[in-house]
Design a protein around this ligand. Sequence first.
Ligand code: NA7
Length: 534
Amino acid sequence: MDTTTTDYDVCVIGAGFGGMYMLKKLRELGFRTHVFERGDDVGGTWYWNRYPGARCDVESLFYCYSFDEELQQEWTWSERYPAQPEILAYCRHVADRYDLRRDISFATPVESVVYDEVAGLWNLRTGAGQRVRARWVITAVGCLSASQVPRFPGLDDFRGPWFHTGQWPHEPVDFTGKRVAVIGTGSSGIQVIPAIAQTARQLTVFQRTPNFSIPAHNGPLDPETQARVKAEYATLRAEARVSPGGTIAHPTGKKALDLGEEERRAELDRRWANGGSAFLSAFADTMVNEAANRISADYVRDQIRRIVKDPATAELLCPRDHPIGSKRICVDTGYYETYNRDNVRLVDVRANPIERITEHGLRTGGVDHEVDAIVFATGYDAMTGPLTRLNIRGVGGQSLADSWSEGPRTYLGLAVPGFPNLFTITGPGSPSVLSNMVVSIEQHVEWIADHLDHLRRNDLRRSEADPEAARQWTEHVDEVARYTLYPQAASWYMGANVAGKPRVFMPYVGGVGAYRKICDEVTAEGYKGFQLSR
Ligand code: NA7
């Protein structure tokens, strides 16, 4: 075991989209930078989520870096929405193109990150036994990387294999002829269910809460569309950067409640036919007014009833307990249609919760469901989980987990008081999961790189979020969320899917464009809200 201590200027944790770009930027600025990655390759989310049907819900041409014109022109996407293998291939291409791997330690989870106040340095310990010191630490661990398997009694008794979508094995899993259970109907479940249904002998879906899903209308990306977008990239990228969600969603700006029935219907028809999450941008009042929200929600419920032939199954699939969009909207390929197959059954575990896992399957409400394999599409300890499990200890030995026991407290989702020289790419309190992640990642990486450059140029060695600035920002994040319908859902945005987690709306809902402006103002005003010192 290697126990020598190595020093770097900056340690980055994670080699997904965030970590790779951070490394590139800091290297260009001449910082001695090293990345630790627990997987054995780059890709982050797209390294782990190898389940059948895994696909991004942002369109390929915009789910990629914009920092290098040559890179965005040379890469060719094959489909409108990218499948996991293609995104991973893209990440690998980026790593090769900029020779990133030489500064990344793979298969090296970071186990603790402890601040040494006297030296003003962070001490990192890795699972490979390394000890590393760095002045700055940047987390690029993603928001949905701490996967959750509910602790059902009896899981150890189960004789067949079981999987979590976010920790899928690297060797292909063959469900041909098998009886398979899928637990969970969020974005991952909605993608994996149609894929498994193709080969399994029988697929039983265990649904607690139905979700709203919009058809992707995925398909091959024709060369003309690709060429046209690439020719307009400069304009389109600029538009995405100042948009609410970091995408080109073509919002109408009109309020549903100001329109007549026919006009509303035409807009929703058009968006349903076009597919994807831009459905939610049909009207300006969908996320802030319950009556307006019901218009879009009723429309989707009608579509579900139209597609699913069995009326009882259709009713069970109709979401009723949350406004549309208040849980992440799903984007699917043939999800509702899958329930018309003879080999697919839907079990309502809201009415009859899963009591236990048995040797041969699952028991709900006294009924045994025999299966050969179980797929947990049960989600993540979102946003805070990936950070708190790093065992970060800041000033006075305080752990990040304790500091956030009542919910995450950050300044701009970028920094945490009591944790100097630590920056969190897409941390809680930033738009992150409510946006096209790549756009938000680029903005954070560029902001952090500028900040470190500023500190170095001014001979400043310490940057810490001011507690009052963090308090005000956290309050602002909450205030903006309360203006919307988001807090009405028991979602992972609210921490509601993890027992004992504080119910706090974690992402910043004010929009990517507004958020970028705030960050730029903070910079322009000499890093207002940060305590900088030598
Ligand atoms: P999600 O969206 O958190 O979905 C998890 C699903 O698993 C959801 O339907 C849950 O039901 C269900 N679940 C969780 N625990 C249980 C138990 N104990 N019993 C039954 N059902 C359960 O995770 P995903 O991986 O699908 O998506 C995460 C994000 O990744 C997604 O939004 C995109 O941004 C990409 P619940 O709704 O809690 O009743």
